[in-house]
Design a protein around this ligand. Sequence first.
Ligand SMILES: C[S@@+](CC[C@H](N)C(=O)[O-])C[C@H]1O[C@@H](n2cnc3c(N)ncnc32)[C@H](O)[C@@H]1O
Length: 232
Amino acid sequence: MIFADPPYFLSNGGITCHAGKMVKVDKGDWDQSQGAELNHEFNREWLQRCQQVLKPNGTIWITGTHHVIFSIGYAMQQLGYKILNDIVWQKPNPPPNLSCRYFTHATETVLWAAKNSASKHYFNYDLMREANDGKQMKTVWTFTAPGRGEKTFGKHPTQKPLALVERCLLAATPENALVLDPFLGSGTTAIACLRQRRQCVGIELDPAFIQLSIDRIQAEQPDGEPIVSAVA
Ligand SMILES: C[S@@+](CC[C@H](N)C(=O)[O-])C[C@H]1O[C@@H](n2cnc3c(N)ncnc32)[C@H](O)[C@@H]1O
């Protein structure tokens, strides 16, 4: 399985509200838009590489906002992925919209897709139904943004909640499955894998975020053997 949370391409001088204050949207250099066409080329390239390494029956999850998700969906169609679901991740406590010229953004999309139309993908239907009080689970999921407890070792500007990634793992993999995260960030996917007994390989550009991931991972097993191997 692959869990990918790629650049949003939204750090371009807009404003948002953080801790009650108006601040510029600046997630980092990696999040600057290069223009619609180059952004799409980038998305197509990494999605193609992911498709190459995905096993025949493996699946991929991709999170994104409107800045990037349409390009990703189109690139997936171009590459022949089979889209299985588009999940709406609803945030019950989004930051207010300070301009008062838009609705408050309160969702992200999570696409779930199989490698291609021949794939026989794994879906833990019974477990998902059980988690939803015996009813079929719908494609609207509600999770709050990660709280302080998930940020003890430092902050990442676009950190995902563990509960979201854990649900994806439980829905789409058996125990011990191998999971790739090509944009590891603060290591959320690795922690979710440890907690749900899956194996994880992560790729990350920024050494500070690699260190943050290592610190979080090691803290999961403070008395145990080293469980991380990092390769530059
Ligand atoms: C949206 S964030 C992922 C956040 C992550 N899901 C978490 O919970 O912490 C995207 C990450 O991709 C990294 N990144 C951007 N471009 C990259 C590239 N070409 N290769 C590897 N990592 C990249 C950024 O440094 C950033 O940490």
